[in-house]
Design a protein around this ligand. Structure first.
Ligand SMILES: NC(=O)c1ccc[n+]([C@@H]2O[C@H](COP(=O)([O-])OP(=O)(O)OC[C@H]3O[C@@H](n4cnc5c(N)ncnc54)[C@H](O)[C@@H]3O)[C@@H](O)[C@H]2O)c1
Length: 353
């Protein structure tokens, strides 16, 4: 059933420019940068987070305090897993566009504590979809992950490949999000776009991820655990490129595609106004090179301890970003060298080194 209220020719621009954009996970790494960028560009932004204790709350509070300085931003501490709280927020503020970035991230925690992945990534995601359904949302952009490629060994990873083999619970929840968003987009006619992020890093980054964790350990003379002797490749993607991609995608909701061939289904597309794009740097870098760049920026040698690849992790990620480039005329390109310099410079000022 397609809602009559959603006419595809109207999708690109907000019907009401005073309508706010909702950004979830705004005390988190990516949500913080996206909220700040949109608010500084003049959009009214409602930024949501509930400060989950996955990593240092001081860092989330510090990002929140930065956001609080921006007038166009309204900050809301809400748990999105609370259906009535999120329904009320949407009903009160009538947003037309939503950027849903809140989640329980990371593949490793789920090995010991799986429930937060269901609460934050499944229940909260359903609440966002329900809120979109009942409030005539024009475009939902949501975070998926390169981890959905799981056991795939065909490189580069393409949205047109089958992704039915996740190797972590986290990846399984992100894959579920893509399926749920497709179903809601199909049933209720609102445009939705899932972005598969590839290893994002940069200032205000996540302490559990390699760039931050290695910098912190090397700066403080602690040992770093290096998987597979550093022979691990990632499309490290700089935060500014991710923010640019998200904001461009937000302006380009896809239209329904009645010509889609359901007898030969393409996983990346469908008849509904739902699309999935990879967003990564398209240039895998070896972990050893990353360590070398951090050592150089800190002017300090790493103390390395070799460890096997943890279960749920993959040896290589490499993004095919031609669909994103074709859709929005942009693809991430910041070099790891420049990005690490920027990160270490922020790290020094944040930790007063
Ligand atoms: N950073 C990456 O490299 C990367 C890669 C792939 C996918 N992603 C996805 O991108 C999104 C943003 O990631 P990030 O790196 O900024 O993570 P992050 O952990 O820094 O931010 C997520 C934020 O969501 C909040 N949150 C979690 N559950 C919530 C709930 N129920 N209600 C309200 N807020 C809640 C957390 O408190 C946190 O501040 C996530 O969906 C993540 O899975 C990130």
């Amino acid at each position: 059933m397609m809602s009559k209220d959603h006419k595809t020719e109207e999708l690109g621009t907000p019907k009401n420019s005073s309508s706010p954009i909702i950004v979830t996970g705004a005390a988190g790494f990516i949500g913080f940068h996206v909220s700040r960028r949109l608010a500084n560009a003049g959009f009214k932004v409602i930024a949501i987070d509930c400060f989950t204790p996955y990593y240092a709350l001081e860092l989330k509070e510090a990002r929140w305090a930065e956001l609080a300085k921006i007038k166009a931003l309204q900050l809301e501490r809400i748990d999105i897993a609370d259906a009535s709280a999120i329904a009320k927020l949407f009903a009160d503020h009538k947003p037309e566009r939503v950027i849903h970035l809140a989640a329980q991230p990371g593949v490793r925690r789920a090995l010991v504590e799986p429930q937060p992945y269901i609460d934050a990534n499944i229940t909260a995601f359903l609440n966002i979809l329900e809120a979109c359904r009942h409030n005539n949302i024009q475009h939902l952009v949501y975070a998926s992950s390169s981890s959905v490629y799981g056991a795939n060994r065909k490189f580069p990873f393409s949205e047109h490949d089958n992704v039915d083999h996740p190797v972590s619970l986290y990846a399984a929840t992100k894959k579920a999000n893509e399926a749920m968003a497709h179903a809601y987009s199909h049933l209720f006619g609102f445009a939705a776009t899932g972005l598969r992020f590839f290893t994002v890093y940069g200032p205000w980054g996540r302490p559990d991820m390699a760039v931050y964790a290695f910098t912190d350990a090397i700066a403080n003379g602690r040992e770093i655990s290096v998987s597979n002797a550093g022979k691990v490749w990632r499309d490290f993607t700089y935060i500014d490129d991710i923010v640019e991609g998200i904001t461009r995608v937000l302006d380009k909701p896809t239209a329904p595609n009645p010509d889609w061939d359901a007898t030969n289904p393409d996983p990346a597309t469908g008849a509904a106004p739902h699309r999935i794009y990879n967003i990564g740097n398209d240039n895998p870098e070896e972990l050893n090179d990353l360590i070398g760049l951090i050592e150089r920026a800190l002017n300090r040698k790493a103390i390395r301890k070799d460890v096997p690849l943890p279960p749920g992790d993959v040896l290589e990620t490499r993004a095919d970003i031609s669909d994103l480039r074709n859709a929005v005329g942009f693809a991430p390109s910041t070099s790891l060298e420049k990005g690490v310099e920027q990160f270490v410079s922020w790290y020094r000022s944040y930790h007063t080194l």
